[in-house]
Design a protein around this ligand. Sequence first.
Ligand SMILES: [Zn+2]
Length: 103
Amino acid sequence: MNRRNEQPAMERTTRERIADRLREEPLSPSALAEEFGIAPAAAVEAVEHVARSVAAEDAQLLVAPPVCRECGFDGFDEPASRPSRCPACRGEAVSEPVFRIET
Ligand SMILES: [Zn+2]
């Protein structure tokens, strides 16, 4: 395992590539994580940075929030993160959020 994952220049490049991908198609944190070889939490963090940078260029990061497959709950407090449980029914069948960038 390569544990040297605190490289600012490389991180910036990954964010730029993530922004490019989200302009092409909607993607979930785990899809981004798999494609870029990073943890899903790191993908969410990268997307949060991307959201701020695209706002400066008249683009907008859109988030389709997670939905509980058991009860349909979709009012999660932090729609960009990946909830492990539904706060309404405590079920674990919660879908991932999906990100895209619209210009
Ligand atoms: Zn639920």
